[in-house]
Design a protein around this ligand. Sequence first.
Ligand SMILES: Cc1ncc(COP(=O)(O)O)c(C=O)c1O
Length: 309
Amino acid sequence: MSGHLKRIDSIVEAVGNTPLIRLKHIERDAPGVKIYLKLEYTNPGGSVKDRPALQMLQDAIADGRLTRDKQLIDATSGNTGVAYSLFGACMGYKISLVMPKNVSQARKNVTQAFGTELIYSDPMEGSDGAIRHVRRLVAEDPDRYFYPDQYSNPSNPRAHYLGTGREILEQVGDEITHFVTGLGTSGTMMGTTRRLREHSRKVTCIAAEPAEALHGLEGLKHMGSSLVPEIYDQSLPDETLPVPTEQGWDMADRVAREEGLHVGHSTGGNVWAALEVAKRIKEGCVVTIACDRGDRYFAPMRWEKHYEW
Ligand SMILES: Cc1ncc(COP(=O)(O)O)c(C=O)c1O
């Protein structure tokens, strides 16, 4: 990324154009191969979800699904909720998020800071309960709400097609041989892969998926035991690589200590998977994604390794 200073009129303009950093210490385990990490946590909301949240808002405003009199509602206590909240605040749209009552206070605070309304669903029903709660509210009063639903919204992968994938090609060009990233909604994988497939040279695209149904790689989905997102096209990746939680957590620690990048656990999983791919090839260039930062996971506490997402 070029280092010129920018002056901007809105935080919206700070989304994208994220740096790509070479993992010079980690890649020593795979001599002859370069590993690059795209720092999506440098987006203003601190995560890979800023691009899709903004795209979903902009596309809905453009075609009239989102108007000033409507309230955006969705079920998320994570990075997408933070992104909706900050864009809602600066673009002047009211945001309501439904989350299980037992999510950590830190997660409630970060979205409420932007003026977002929180609606609590039954803690016993987890994140699926929050989704059902949103669907009920929207069905009861459809004119009141705009429900983006990132799992079925094509603007989600489109954000990565237009942004993430295009930027990776600008940053590494012909050098890239492999792209690896984890599956959550699958927006990053689908959109970036579609853009990389348009490149003149073959880029092998590999989906990283939690190895266990009950895992601790927040943001990622074990597809076999989850509601499969509508935007997910299983035939798109060249391969799906299972990532054990422990490996993702250990790699997150390693990336902090060796590279000076304090990343979240899904990023640890991504880098672990990227290194596995790098070890199999004699030469090449593997690109993966830093989804968010490690400080987003100080609460719940670090040792509570098993969550339900
Ligand atoms: C921390 C984190 N990692 C990874 C992902 C997965 O990204 P995607 O939804 O584009 O598959 C998400 C998405 O919510 C996330 O919040």
